[in-house]
Write a protein that binds this ligand. Sequence first.
Ligand code: HEC
Ligand code: HEC
Length: 322
Amino acid sequence: MKKFFKWTGILIAGILILISGITFALQFKTYEAPYPDIKASKDPVVIARGKYLALGPAHCADCHAPENKQALVAAGQDVSLSGGRVFKFPPGELYAPNITPDAETGIGKLSDAELARALRYGVDRHNKALFPLMPFQNLSDEDLTAIISYIRSAPAEKNVVPEKKLNALGYVVNAFLIKPVAPTATPLKSVKPDTTAAYGEYLANNIANCKGCHTNRDLKTGEFTGEPFAGGLVIESVKDPLHYSLVTPNITPDPETGRMSGWTQEQFLNRFRMGKLNEHSVMAWGPFSRMQDNDLKAIYKFLQTVKPVKKNTGPVLIENKI
Ligand code: HEC
Ligand code: HEC
């Protein structure tokens, strides 16, 4: 009997060592993805479009501006994207890098194609998969060009941002579950802004990430698990992440449980003009308050066409179980 335990023990230890070995080896896994044919432009019109997208609907500043500038972000003001915000997830801590043109600490040494590949294919400068926090895979060539042109044109700022810190779960997730997210179809050359539901869908899914927060997801991998826009995703408070979390509301047009049930287009626009009302909220209300009326109208129109889902997501603010 003793012998039996000894051999099973050795076997289990062997398997554990093997799994750890594979997990370790897979940390070095690299990916191949095409380099998009995107070149930054110096045209002021293109740069202005890029600035509007980056500091408005695409809310880069919400993540890529430092923690001590977040009051400016919340007020909808211009800020530099010098990095430093930390995101705590079950797999560990992720840091939004410095994306100003500083050569040492920012993106100064990256080519336009490398930047475009990171945003479109989720593969970073070291050919590693980026964690799926950004929804820009299906941006049109024109909008991707505009955003990269704006980033290149901004002043360089030196600011060292730490590398991501993964815990034991993070190493396993990184090894087996995180894969670069690619576009769902060949991205279009250009998507013209207008007030149609189709443009609203483009904004809500690929730029403003309404879908990414208002749909339930597995927080370990970022995978979508819930019905689109039916809410229920739990995200830690930005003000007191230790004690509180928020539950994203259902924004499908369900008359009973949809948060926006009965809202007119005007009420929707007004709500966006008010900015953040719940101080714990993680929604990028500051950047969104810069959005043009036409963009908001398009999003409103699109949300009316989404499949209504009956789902009561309960109170918005909940206490964490510690
Ligand atoms: C929800 C937060 C969030 C938003 C919004 C966001 N980013 Fe990021 N970004 C991150 C994080 C976190 C990382 C690092 C991910 C990782 O390490 O796996 C990152 C990585 C990057 C990288 C990769 C840099 C490298 O080292 O290769 C670039 C480029 C980038 N972001 C640009 C942008 C731009 C441009 C925007 C707006 C159009 C934007 N990001 C919006 C959080 C965000
Ligand atoms: C980073 C995550 C995140 C993103 C991105 C996001 N939301 Fe939200 N949203 C939340 C959370 C959390 C709440 C609840 C707290 C609050 O009201 O601020 C919320 C609340 C709302 C509400 C209810 C506001 C109220 O006063 O009751 C509406 C409407 C809404 N979001 C629409 C949108 C739309 C449209 C987009 C895209 C343009 C979007 N959200 C993007 C997280 C997000």
